[in-house]
Write a protein that binds this ligand. Structure first.
Ligand code: NAD
Length: 497
C-alpha cells in the first residue's frame, strides 16, 4: 500500500506518531493508500522549518520570488495530466473535471507571478514641507492553510502561491481524504527552486489543525471547508491572535425568471448541480422557479439529468464520478429517502444506482426533488451530493426573499433576459458571488472569491486583491529630510504645513 508522508523543510518526512488514516479509491471502494497523521511535535517541526525559512524568504527580492513562481507555473503546466490523475484516484471526479481544477489553481500561480505590481505600494510626496509618506505592505511570517477534500489541488493553490509570493512561508494541512495532490504540488515547488521550508505540508486530522490554530509562531490561517469547522477555525485562531479567513459551506440558489431561455437554464442547472457529483461549494443545489416556468423547467432538467453517464473518473465516457466516501454516499441518500415524507415531490431518485464491475464504489445517481418545502432537511442542509431541489416562487420579490432568508451566501445566479431584473438582483441578493446567466460564478484569479453570512468568517475574501491584503500587513513611513533652516523644539501636534 502506498504511504503519503509529510513534506517538511524541503523533504519527505515519515510520520512518527504511528497514526495513519485510510485513503480510498471512491470508484472501487478499495483503500489504496495510508496517510500519516501528524502529531503536535511534527506540526511544530513544520512551523519551525517555515519560521527559519522566513528569515531569508521574507526579505528575498521580488525578482527571486517571481523567478521561482514562473518556473513553478511551467512545471505545473507540464504536470497537469499527472496531477489530474492523482485527484481522480483519490477524489473520484472525472479526469476532465480534475484537469479543470488544476487549470483554475494555475490561475492563482499566474496571479502570483505578477505580484510585483500588486506590492508596489503608494507614495505621496510633499505632504508637508519636505515630508513624504509611503504606504508599503509587508509579509506576515508563517501562514497556515487548511483545505477540504473537494478540490485537493485548486484550493491549496488558492492560498500558498500568493502567500509565498508576498514573502510569507507556509504550512499546508490538506484533507486527509485525498492528500497526494498536495504533496506533489510541494515536490514540484521544490523542483522549481522554492527554498526548503518555504512550503511545508503536514497531513492529519484535528490534532494537526488545532496545533496550527494555537501555535504562537503562526501569524495567519486560511481555511476552506464546511461551516461548522470554519466557525471553529475562526473562533479558535482569532482567540490566539491570528488573522483568519475561514470559508464555509453553501447552498447556492439559481433564480429562473419566466422570461429566461429555459433550455439554457436547464443546461446550466444540470451542469452546476451534478458536476463533480455536487461536491462543489459553488454547486447549484436549489433552483427557484418563478411564476409559470416551474413545470416546464423541471421537465427539461429531468430530461437532461437522465442522460448523464456515471462511471469511474478515469473512464473518458464518464461525466460524473462517485462520492468521496461510503458514509457520505449514505448520508446523501438519506436526504432523498426522507424528502417525500417531508413534503417534496421526488422526480428522480438516484439512490439505487450502481456501476457494474464496481459494486463497492461510492455510487449514487442523480436525484431531483420538486416543490421542496423550505423546512425540509433536503433544503435546509448542505447535502454536498447530486441532489437538486426545486422551489417555486410567485414573483421575483418572493424568490429573492427566499434566497436572502438562507443562512448561507456563497454564490447565486439569476437566469433572465431582463437586464433591469438582473441589475436589481445583483444589488439586492445577499451573497458574495453573483452570476447573471452564469450558474457557477467562481471569479477569475484576479478578482477575489468569497461568500457572505455562514459561507465566510473573517473580513477577507480569498485570492485576488483581497488575498494580497490578507497575506500582507500595512506599514506607513513618513520621511523628512530637513533643510538647515528647519529645527527648533515644537511640542504641538504636527500639522501639515
Ligand atoms: P471539512 O470541514 O470536513 O474539512 C476541511 C478541513 O478541516 C480538512 O482539512 C479537515 O481535516 C479539517 N477538519 C475536519 N474536521 C475538523 C475538526 N473537527 N477540527 C479541525 N479541523 C477539522 O470539509 P470537507 O468535507 O473536506 O469539504 C467539504 C466542505 O467544504 C463543504 O461544506 C463545502 O461547501 C466546503 N467548501 C467550501 C468552499 C468555499 O470556498 N466556501 C470551497 C470548497 C469546499
Amino acid at each position: 500500500m502506498k504511504t503519503v508522508n509529510h513534506w517538511i523543510d524541503g523533504k519527505s518526512v515519515e510520520g512518527t506518531s504511528g497514526d495513519y488514516g485510510p485513503v480510498t479509491d471512491p470508484a472501487t471502494g478499495v483503500v489504496t493508500t495510508r496517510v500519516a497523521f501528524a502529531s503536535v511535535e511534527e506540526v511544530d517541526a513544520a512551523v519551525a522549518a517555515a519560521k527559519a525559512a522566513w528569515a531569508t524568504w521574507g526579505v528575498s527580492s521580488l525578482a527571486t520570488r517571481t523567478g521561482v513562481l514562473f518556473r513553478y507555473r511551467a512545471l505545473l503546466d507540464a504536470h497537469r495530466d499527472e496531477l489530474a490523475r492523482l485527484i481522480t484516484a483519490e477524489h473520484g471526479k472525472v479526469h476532465s473535471d480534475a484537469l479543470g481544477e488544476v487549470a483554475r489553481g494555475l490561475e492563482i500561480v499566474e496571479l502570483a507571478c505578477g505580484i510585483t505590481t500588486q506590492l508596489k505600494g503608494e507614495l505621496s510626496t510633499q505632504v508637508a514641507s519636505r515630508v513624504d509618506v509611503a504606504s508599503i505592505r509587508q509579509p506576515l511570517g508563517v501562514v497556515a492553510g487548511i483545505t477540504p477534500f473537494n478540490f485537493p489541488a485548486m484550493v491549496p493553490m488558492w492560498m500558498f502561491p500568493l502567500a509565498v509570493a508576498c514573502g510569507n512561508t507556509f504550512v499546508l494541512k490538506p484533507s486527509e481524504k485525498d492528500p497526494s495532490a498536495a504533496i506533489r504540488l510541494a515536490e514540484l515547488a521544490a523542483e522549481a527552486g522554492l527554498p526548503d521550508g518555504v512550503l511545508n505540508v503536514v497531513n492529519g486530522d484535528r490534532v494537526a489543525v488545532d496545533r496550527l490554530l494555537e501555535h504562537p509562531d503562526v501569524a495567519a490561517v486560511s481555511f476552506v471547508g464546511s461551516t461548522p469547522i470554519a466557525r471553529h477555525i475562526h473562533t479558535t485562531a482569532s482567540a490566539h491572535g491570528k488573522r483568519v479567513q475561514a470559508l464555509g459551506g453553501a447552498k447556492n440558489h439559481m433564480l429562473v425568471l419566466p422570461d429566461a431561455d429555459l433550455d439554457a437554464a436547464a443546461d446550466a442547472a444540470v451542469s452546476a448541480a451534478y458536476g463533480s457529483a455536487g461536491e462543489r461549494c459553488m454547486a447549484i443545489s436549489a433552483v427557484v422557479a418563478v411564476g409559470e416556468t416551474g413545470d416546464e423547467l423541471v421537465a427539461r432538467i429531468r430530461e437532461r439529468a437522465e442522460k448523464i453517464k456515471i462511471g469511474p473518473g478515469d473512464d473518458p465516457a464518464s461525466e460524473m464520478g462517485p462520492l468521496i466516501t461510503k458514509a457520505h454516499r449514505d448520508k446523501v441518500a438519506s436526504y432523498v429517502h426522507g424528502a417525500a415524507a417531508q413534503g417534496a415531490q421526488v422526480v428522480l431518485d438516484g439512490t439505487g444506482f450502481t456501476v457494474e464491475g464496481y459494486e463497492d464504489g461510492h455510487w449514487i445517481g442523480l436525484s431531483l426533488l420538486d416543490r421542496v418545502p423550505v423546512d425540509a432537511d433536503a433544503y435546509r442542509d448542505e447535502i454536498f451530493g447530486p441532489v437538486l431541489c426545486v422551489l417555486r416562487a410567485e414573483t421575483y420579490e418572493e424568490g429573492v426573499a427566499l434566497i436572502n432568508a438562507s443562512p448561507w451566501g456563497n454564490g447565486t445566479a439569476i437566469f433572465t433576459r431582463d437586464g433591469g431584473a438582473a441589475r436589481r438582483f445583483q444589488l439586492e441578493v445577499e451573497a458574495g458571488m453573483v452570476g447573471v446567466n452564469v450558474p457557477i460564478p467562481v471569479p477569475v484569479g484576479y478578482h477575489s472569491f468569497g461568500g457572505w453570512k455562514h459561507s465566510l468568517f473573517g473580513d477577507h475574501h480569498i485570492y485576488g486583491t483581497d488575498g494580497v491584503r490578507f497575506y500582507t500587513r500595512g506599514k506607513v513611513v513618513t520621511t523628512r529630510w530637513p533643510d538647515p533652516e528647519d529645527g527648533g523644539v515644537d511640542l504641538g501636534f504636527p500639522s501639515h504645513r
